[in-house]
Design a binder for this molecule. Sequence first.
Ligand SMILES: NC(=O)c1ccc[n+]([C@@H]2O[C@H](COP(=O)([O-])OP(=O)(O)OC[C@H]3O[C@@H](n4cnc5c(N)ncnc54)[C@H](O)[C@@H]3O)[C@@H](O)[C@H]2O)c1
Length: 419
Amino acid sequence: MVRKQEEYIMTVKPVKVALIGSGNISYTYLNTLVNGGFHIVDVVGCSDLIPERSKARAELFGIRQMTNEEILNDPEIEIVLNTTQLWNHTAVTKMILEAGKNAYSEKAMGDTFEGAKSNYELAKSKGLFVGCAPDIYMGAAYQTGRKLIDDGAIGRPLIAHAMCCRGYNSHYAAGDPADPHAGSAGTTITHDMAGYYVNVLVSLLGPVKRASGYTKFYNERCYENPNHPRYKEPVSTEIGGLRRGDSIFLSALEFENGVFGSLTFNSESFFPEEPRVEIIGTEGILSLPDPNNFGGWGYDVYLKRVGNAKNGQNEVFRVPFTHGYGDTDPSIPPKSGKREPCHNSWRGLAVVDMAYALRRGRAPRSSADLALHTVEIIDAVERSMKDNQVHAIHSKPERPAPLTPGMFGMGEASIDNIF
Ligand SMILES: NC(=O)c1ccc[n+]([C@@H]2O[C@H](COP(=O)([O-])OP(=O)(O)OC[C@H]3O[C@@H](n4cnc5c(N)ncnc54)[C@H](O)[C@@H]3O)[C@@H](O)[C@H]2O)c1
């Protein structure tokens, strides 16, 4: 078996990959793709509008500093990662697809449904892949959760609860000239965080069929910082001439498989982060960790099952991971010597999967439909708030195929087997 896979690795041509947007999150992607031991990907280079940033990343990872044009005009490059800020995702992904390359974008696929849908159609018309982060559903915690559900550990799933509270203080944003779009519609907690929750829910339960709910920007506050130019004025509902993005969001979802779900976001409570994902079934409850983490280091999976009939007590288990790709030790500092968000994660696994998909002639797990699903659900809830209707969701992503159980670190043969 191992020999056969070694032969496969020797014969398969690695997929050349480049990255546009060499900011904070590019560190963890490049670390996975350059240092993760995935021979299927060959990272050529990275670009940024601010050349010092791409230079620093290129030097750190031993790849080429490139311009966007060099990346887009290089006929050898097959996948381009878009790790620019949210409000650039639509335009940069469009540029990648128009250059005839497969695109993988940071979340969300776009800051509007129309923008995301147009790239979905463009990719389809060109026969290209377009995928979107997050890929944490591929990590140890959520693959373990997936296996528990598929093995019947909670019986028949009935209800899914997903919630994220964050304290962005977004209402204080004064229209930073370096970040003129931050805080505007399409850039707040909904578009920033929904992908984490939607992707894991689709992996666990399948796609959402209908959505409705409530969503708004909470503006009953004044600017409280005496140094703010608008101190004591009410927080305005527009920012830099654009509509403020929503900060409170509560939705009701019906999944294709009959499960009812709720997805709640709130960025006004000043918690650093309060994430929840729970799947309630006929025979048990699965509590899953923050879908922003791959698993381990406090991000564990718990299963509550009805205990023995004699004492009637429930039993709660912390379930050991069945799969690899958990987070790595967060106390080990990034190689750059600077603070790098999510530096201990495996972000980029879906790019590896896309590379295998290209070579094996199959669909990638992080499909165009999965990418569009999040933005379509947010859009449906925003419309529901205005028209009091429940909206059908048209994107129907397949449940991404589960990964093979087994631990990372057993050589390329096991990695190839996993994907
Ligand atoms: N920072 C985090 O903690 C974090 C975590 C997970 C996901 N993300 C997501 O990753 C994405 C990027 O976030 P970030 O924090 O790395 O942002 P960032 O601002 O640090 O980096 C984005 C970079 O993209 C560059 N850029 C913008 N438009 C470009 C263009 N047309 N061509 C070339 N370069 C361009 C910018 O100059 C900037 O350096 C966002 O979608 C964000 O939601 C961020």
